[in-house]
Design a protein around this ligand. Structure first.
Ligand SMILES: *[C@@H]1O[C@H](CO)[C@@H](O)[C@H](O)[C@H]1NC(C)=O
Ligand SMILES: *[C@@H]1O[C@H](CO)[C@@H](O)[C@H](O)[C@H]1NC(C)=O
Ligand SMILES: *[C@@H]1O[C@H](CO)[C@@H](O)[C@H](O)[C@H]1NC(C)=O
Ligand SMILES: *[C@@H]1O[C@H](CO)[C@@H](O)[C@H](O)[C@H]1NC(C)=O
Ligand SMILES: *[C@@H]1O[C@H](CO)[C@@H](O)[C@H](O)[C@H]1NC(C)=O
Length: 635
């Protein structure tokens, strides 16, 4: 039987008329199978795929320049953010591009009624069977299974006719096969074995917890970070004047959730006036603050982010962008959908096998349509989640990165933590020569979205043991190492050219192109940093010590939120995209340069903190008082 089929196939090949696919060219290919997922079977031919063609947007090559013109401190148009309408209009694909893609679909045999163009024109939506998609894209779809039982579909590569390729950014679902955030949270957060004042039921290693907890003060910040320590470290003296005009968003991905009782415990000790205060919940795609499962893994990140963001910006309202339902979870694109209508499904950048797709038909799933443009982007958004850059395709990372640039255009500051594994990727894994994660890999593994040039990436520092809040900090070398390095996808943005050039010239790292792209032409990160060690976090009724760039990002977000308050109070705009400003020589005095410590990983000491910018702690940690003075001078 089998032999016969093969023979027939060969005949068909030999005698077939020139195939309509003759001019097909591979458009995107995945370099390797995703770690931990097994290809289990061919996708059934009749299964319906919600195929979405991401149409090439216009003018995206101008995004960097436009963003510069409204965020460079010397630009005459500083702070003149764009309206959402103007952003949509400026980057919408051209009519010719849309027509070419539609023509191709119609010529391939799809009835025009099946083809839907999104309102922002950047997507064409067309549902089809797996077998139709396989033929259209000259590919094969398979089902992949994760040890957790999750299944995803994907293909290894797909092809498009040559004349169509230049009009398409990406098509999904195809090769963008990466774990959604809940599957591999890359949760940039670690806990030490210390537990402060832990309930006696705690069975982990015991420490001198309770005694130490009694003595918390500015003198113990090297061992226990509290809001008071951070205020002293970063000269945070400002009290908000116009909290009702301001907004600060914290993104969390379900099932991560805060515990109300823990917030109150934290406030009882560190911010009494806030007892009973909660973040304003914005539920994105069925996002709920679940209380079903409670443990460090479920509450650690949310508790940390909210306790510190709320205490440091009190009484500014903090918005919780709780993203994803309990069944499916969500990815980065889902929160982008919620703040940017032009990005939503049928309109935006979701990738079904990376991002949650709603409505979710599973029992208990979020069965309404996707949360799309439901809130105005907050003035500051802090996100303490990330993924290995190597797990995203260039097209996917680029399209999402452009969205961050658009948020900057509209006046939002988007902060991502830079990762906790130094120069290594999630779990300490590094890359092989092909850029794929492998055990024993030698190549450094950068973190996304931190490497997107349109976000502000935040690394971690520490107060050195036995030092005080008045001594210089070092790069964090306790429990975690600050994520930092050089992108394998994104070119170097103008704002950091001088800083990175000077770093590579004056302090050449002892590595070659084997470890990282040392050409001096790629995006380097992080941009700045803040303390990431020994955070006292109320957790499950006690106090735990938490480490991570996860802590650093919301602290920087809090400082920017305070500066926004001061600007809003005198009728100025919020800061928006801050990278041009923080690398500018006029602002360098407003940062504490970090010059010691490194970010080891991949069997190396990693990069070292040096005078000036470095790929461990960026330009340094903020001095809020000085930053306020400078930012109030800007128009
Ligand atoms: C919290 O406050 C209680 C009561 O004042 C005190 O006993 C405890 O040590 C404090 N815990 C921390 C971590 O500050
Ligand atoms: C809670 O944990 C149970 C057992 O591990 C699991 O089946 C359930 O899905 C979890 N619930 C959430 C909200 O994650
Ligand atoms: C959607 O989910 C809600 C709550 O689980 C349920 O009451 C409702 O019947 C569902 N609607 C549909 C159309 O499935
Ligand atoms: C910190 O001080 C303590 C007590 O004086 C000492 O035992 C310890 O070795 C010091 N640690 C460091 C890193 O200097
Ligand atoms: C480094 O980046 C540059 C610019 O993107 C690229 O041309 C070059 O091939 C990269 N080098 C390596 C070794 O990947």
């Amino acid at each position: 039987m089998r032999l016969l089929l093969q023979v027939l196939a060969i005949c068909a090949l030999a005698f077939a008329a020139p195939s309509p696919r003759a001019n097909y060219v591979v458009h995107e290919r995945r370099a390797a199978e995703p770690v931990a997922w097994t290809k289990t079977r061919r996708l059934e031919a009749h299964k319906i795929l919600p195929l979405r063609v991401g149409i090439r947007q216009e003018n995206t090559h101008e995004l960097e320049e436009i963003l510069t013109s409204i965020s460079h401190p010397e630009s005459p148009t500083y702070g003149q953010h764009w309206s959402p309408e103007k952003v949509v209009e400026y980057f919408s694909p051209s009519q010719a591009t849309i027509s070419t893609v539609k023509r191709w679909l119609i010529d391939t045999g799809f009835h025009p009624d099946r083809i839907r163009v999104s309102p922002s024109k950047s997507w064409i939506d067309i549902a089809m069977t797996a077998s139709e998609a396989e033929s259209l894209l000259d590919t094969e779809y398979h089902v992949y299974t994760h040890p957790s039982g999750h299944e995803q579909i994907g293909c290894e590569s797909y092809s498009l006719p040559d004349h169509v390729r230049e009009h398409v950014e990406l098509i999904k679902p195809t090769v963008h096969f990466v774990h959604r955030v809940p599957d591999d949270p890359a949760l940039s957060l670690k806990r030490s074995t210390n537990k402060l004042g832990a309930p006696s039921s705690y069975n982990g290693p015991k420490t001198n917890g309770a005694q130490v907890a009694d003595a918390l003060s500015l003198a113990t910040c090297d061992k226990f970070i509290t809001p008071e320590c951070l205020r002293a470290l970063y000269s945070i003296e400002y009290e908000p004047i116009v909290p009702h005009l301001n907004s600060y968003g914290i993104v969390e991905f379900t099932p991560q959730a805060y515990l109300a009782s823990d917030l109150d415990l934290f406030f009882t000790n560190f911010s009494k006036s806030q007892i009973g205060t909660r973040p304003a919940l914005v539920s994105i795609d069925g996002g709920i603050v679940q209380t079903q499962n409670q443990s460090f893994d479920f509450n650690g990140e949310s508790n940390l982010d909210l306790e510190y963001a709320m205490a440091l910006t009190n009484p500014t309202p903090v918005t919780l962008l709780q993203t994803g339902d309990l069944v499916q979870g969500a990815g980065f694109d889902n929160w982008l959908d919620a703040v940017d209508k032009s990005f939503c499904t049928f309109q935006g950048g979701d990738v079904p096998n990376q991002d949650g797709i709603y409505p979710d038909p599973a029992p208990g799933g979020f069965n309404e349509s996707e949360s799309c443009g439901i809130i105005k982007p907050p003035n500051v958004v802090s996100i303490s989640y990330g993924q290995d850059e190597s797990s995203a395709t260039v097209a996917y990372a680029t399209r999402q990165c452009i969205e961050y640039g658009k948020l900057g255009l509209m006046g939002s500051t988007v902060l991502y933590s830079s990762g906790d594994y130094g120069v290594a990727g999630y779990g300490g894994v590094c890359l092989d020569n092909n850029g794929q994660p492998v055990d024993g890999g030698k190549k450094f593994s950068p973190d996304f979205p931190a490497t997107c040039p349109f976000v502000t990436a935040v690394g971690a520092t520490q107060i050195n043991p036995n030092s005080t809040v008045n001594d210089p900090e070092s790069a964090c070398e306790q429990v975690i190492y600050s994520g930092g390095g050089f992108s394998n996808i994104f070119p170097m943005p103008s704002y950091q050219k001088d800083a990175v050039k000077s770093y590579l010239k004056n302090y050449p790292p002892p590595y070659t192109a084997e470890q990282y792209n040392n050409s001096g032409t790629v995006r380097a990160y992080p941009d700045l940093s803040a303390n990431g060690a020994n955070y006292v976090v109320a957790l499950e009724g006690g106090f735990s010590l938490v480490f991570g760039t996860s802590a650093s990002a919301p602290v920087v977000g809090s400082i920017i939120t305070l500066i926004n308050d001061a600007r809003l109070a005198i009728g100025k705009r919020p800061l928006g995209f801050i990278n041009h400003v923080i690398y500018s020589p006029w602002f360098s005095w407003a940062f504490n340069d970090i010059t010691s410590g490194g970010n080891q990983g991949c069997g190396t000491p990693g990069f070292s903190s040096t005078k000036g910018w470095d790929p461990v702690t960026g330009v340094g940690t903020p001095n809020t008082k000085f930053l306020l003075a400078e930012f109030l001078l800007l128009p």
